[in-house]
Design a protein. Structure first.
Length: 212
C-alpha cells in the first residue's frame, strides 16, 4: 500500500472549543508524534482524509505535508468518530520511517462457503500482524470453503502477505463453523420472544402504579 499525500495546517487553538471550530472549517483535529519528535498539533482536510481511509483502510499511511514545514510519513494510530454523524472527531498520527516494521490490527475477510447446513460465526474481525510500514495489507483472507460443522479457523490458518508476520496468538480463533438452526428451532424461538415481550409489557403498568 503506497502512501497518500495530504496537506496539513498547524493548529493554534486547543480544547473542545478549538476542536469544534476546526471541524466546522471542514478539517479534522490531529496530533502527530513518535520517533522522539515533539508532538505537533495539526488540522487535516476532512474530505481528503475520509476518502483515503475509505479507499486504503484504517492502516493507510500518509505523507503529511505540513504548511511551513517538511513532509512526514505517518500512520493513523487512533481514530475517534462521531457515532451519529459518522464523521472524524480526532486522529492520533504515529510517525513511521521507510523500511520500519510496525504492528497493526488488520481486518480479516472470510472467503468461500462452508458446508451446507452450517452457520459461520466470526470470533475475531481483525488480527494483529507485523509488517513494513509502507507495505501494510488493507485486509487478510481466511478460507472457510467446505468446512463442516465443528470446524474452526485460527489465526495460524490466515494467509499472510510476503514480509508479514503474525503478532497474534496462532491459536486465536477467527471463526467457528456450527450447525445451522432448523426452521422448526427458529419457529420455536419466535413465540418465546413474543411471550417475553408481552410479559414485560404487562409488568410495566404495575411498576408505574407502584412508583406513583
Amino acid at each position: 500500500m503506497s502512501e497518500v499525500k495530504i496537506s496539513a495546517e498547524p493548529r493554534t487553538e486547543f480544547g473542545k472549543g478549538g476542536a469544534r471550530r476546526t471541524r466546522r472549517a471542514g478539517k479534522v483535529p490531529a496530533v502527530l508524534y513518535g520517533h522522539g519528535e515533539k508532538p505537533q498539533h495539526i488540522a487535516l482536510p476532512a474530505r481528503e482524509f475520509a476518502a483515503a481511509i475509505r479507499h486504503g483502510g484504517i492502516n493507510q499511511v500518509f505523507a503529511i505535508d505540513i504548511v511551513g514545514g517538511s513532509t512526514t510519513l505517518a500512520l493513523a494510530k487512533a481514530i475517534q468518530r462521531d457515532p451519529v454523524k459518522d464523521t472524524f472527531e480526532h486522529v492520533d498520527l504515529l510517525i513511521v520511517r521507510r523500511g520500519e516494521k510496525v504492528t497493526v490490527d488488520v481486518p480479516v475477510q472470510l472467503t468461500g462457503e462452508a458446508a451446507r447446513g452450517t452457520l459461520v460465526v466470526t470470533e475475531s474481525a481483525t488480527l494483529s500482524i507485523t509488517a513494513e510500514a509502507l507495505h501494510l495489507p488493507d485486509h487478510l483472507e481466511a478460507s472457510i470453503e467446505g468446512l463442516e460443522a465443528g470446524s474452526q479457523v485460527t489465526a495460524a490458518d490466515v494467509k499472510l502477505p510476503r514480509g508479514s508476520e503474525l503478532a497474534a496468538d496462532p491459536e486465536q480463533i477467527v471463526a467457528l463453523v456450527t450447525v445451522a438452526p432448523s426452521a422448526e428451532e427458529l419457529g420455536a424461538e419466535a413465540p418465546e420472544a413474543e411471550a417475553a415481550e408481552e410479559e414485560a409489557a404487562e409488568e410495566q403498568p404495575a411498576e408505574a402504579a407502584a412508583s406513583a
